[in-house]
Write a protein that binds this ligand. Sequence first.
Ligand code: NAD
Length: 366
Amino acid sequence: MTQSQKYRITLLPGDGIGPEITTVAVDVLKAVGQQLDITFEFQKAKIGGAAIDDTGDPLPPATLEICRNSDAVLLAAIGGWKWDNLPSQQRPEQGLLGLRAGLGLFANLRPAKILPQLIDSSTLKKEVVEGVDIMVVRELTGGIYFGQPKGIFPTESGEKRGVNTMAYTESEIDRIGKVAFETAQKRRGKLCSVDKSNVLEVSQLWRDRITQLAPEYPDIELSHLYVDNAAMQLVRAPKQFDTIVTGNLFGDILSDAAAMLTGSIGMLPSASLGASGPGVFEPVHGSAPDIAGQDKANPLAQVLSAAMMLRYGLDRPLAADRIEQAVMQVLDKGYRTGDIMSEGMTLLGCRGMGDALLTELENLKS
Ligand code: NAD
């Protein structure tokens, strides 16, 4: 039996290929919504370069307000050459940072899944990456990027000294830990916490708190790795991982390394979640200004972000499953956009890929 519900979704198409890939994701959401009796009420707002052009501000207060009053935010990408020379505080990226801060998004979820149809896109050997399905849960608002003191200070000897501080409180560790355990529960039940507790006190506290959370999740198998070993294991034997949880700096690096196991940036979604309120769901790639407006963009990362929104933001796993199945089917049928094209496959544009997805969704219905 399906449960009928209405969700208010804020769309932030942003810049470059953003509007094109958002159109495809919206069509897919509408189609799956019709099938499963879910109603989406979409509202659009501006962010990044588009918002700078409109208001001079990469995150106008009205945009943040609309996001706050929604159930989830589907963001595409921001930035482009046009705004590259603005002072850093007025650049499109500030829109993203402001959105994360404004919505209190402290957990970033980045899946790295090898799709059998695209296995040749990986630079690693087939037998190493075949079957890889990893989720990196990264703490997003604490750690060394935000800890105080920070800055470049003069020393008594007259030279300068650069300082950043890696700091986590118990409550900051607990809240990301809970998201990670719950994420592992929605996956294969294995969680690996990554730290540097052999050297860093902040990591010792991290390991203690994560270990103390474990009894609340008896269904989860918890392990710990030092970050240097985790980096090695990710390229040596990535199949051993299910869910990884780690701090801001280690997560920044490991999530990119994990993503590149797949080799195809146009396929990677992400989610950023807070304690309550709407999460933000967006592809990992940027605004691809080199192909914007040419109907060449791969919309699948955006479509898979919409699936993550259904699974992790709105708790509608069946709808998420259906979208992910449709993506698998179009790939099985050999449809490809330019970025993932290979010999013998059928080349489609962004719109064509959207149409192929709608056809597959229709087929899945029956
Ligand atoms: P990019 O991800 O936009 O593009 C890198 C390369 O991958 C380009 O050749 C592009 O054409 C290709 N590509 C990316 N996504 C694609 C897709 N869906 N389909 C087909 N090809 C795709 O990274 P970049 O070129 O370094 O940055 C371009 C702009 O995007 C910059 O202004 C940058 O600041 C911004 N950016 C934004 C985000 C974000 O919004 N989260 C992330 C990264 C970069």
